[in-house]
Design a protein. Structure first.
Length: 181
């Protein structure tokens, strides 16, 4: 590989565009992609379906499972794109301990726009009533995290613009443009 194994964690509250942007990144880069939601135990899914916010004790085993997946991919030589709300710095710290370089891309937006984007999506287990609690929990990326290469992006922009900015900011090669080095 011509660049170190990298994990891009597309983070933010519900409706911020994580799945949309992660899918575009994964397609462009040809990297393995996963949704953090896939790693939840059934007990967590049941709580969220009922509008009950998860407690941290529900989250640690879930985040550890995700970290294990990232490390497994890195050991196989694969970079990844992951969607994960990663609202607190402590959650991000646990994910950062995966093998490889872990960078967070925070999709930031205002509450009104977020609820608009959450509406009308069928079969989604996150009810819009959980948005206020997610926004209250959200700990923005710290100066240290930003200095280490993580990004905060404004979701009023189009997915195409966001994708272009991410690839440029992270100096990532795309599948179609092999690195000259
Ligand atoms: N930058 C954008 N501009 C306009 N619409 C967007 C943008 N990003 C995502 N959307 C739309 O907003 C909605 C929510 O996006 P998406 O499902 O990707 O969010 P999410 O963060 O994965 O949500 P969840 O946490 O609930 O899984 C979708 O209908 C998607 O098409
Ligand atoms: Mg999603």
């Amino acid at each position: 590989m011509q660049y170190p194994t990298t994990h891009l964690v597309v983070m933010g509250v519900a409706g911020s565009g994580k799945s949309t942007i992660a899918a575009a990144l994964s397609k462009q880069l040809g990297w393995a992609c996963a949704e953090a939601d896939e790693f939840h135990p059934q007990s967590n899914i049941d709580k969220m379906s009922q509008g009950i916010p998860l407690q941290d004790e529900d989250r640690w085993p879930w985040l550890q499972q995700i970290q294990n997946w990232m490390t497994g991919q890195a050991q196989a030589g694969h970079s990844t794109v992951l969607t994960c709300s990663a609202l607190k710095q402590s959650y991000r710290k646990l994910l950062s301990e995966a093998e490889g370089r872990v960078l967070f891309i925070h999709l930031h937006g205002e509450a009104d726009l977020l609820s608009q984007r959450m509406q009308g999506r069928e079969g989604h287990f996150m009810p819009p009533t959980l948005l206020p609690s997610q926004l209250a929990t959200l700990e923005p990326l710290t100066a240290e995290e930003l200095e280490a290469g993580s990004l905060r992006l404004d979701i009023t922009r189009s997915p195409e613009e966001l994708l272009t900015e991410i690839l440029a900011a992270l100096k990532l090669p795309s599948k179609q443009e092999p690195s000259a080095q």
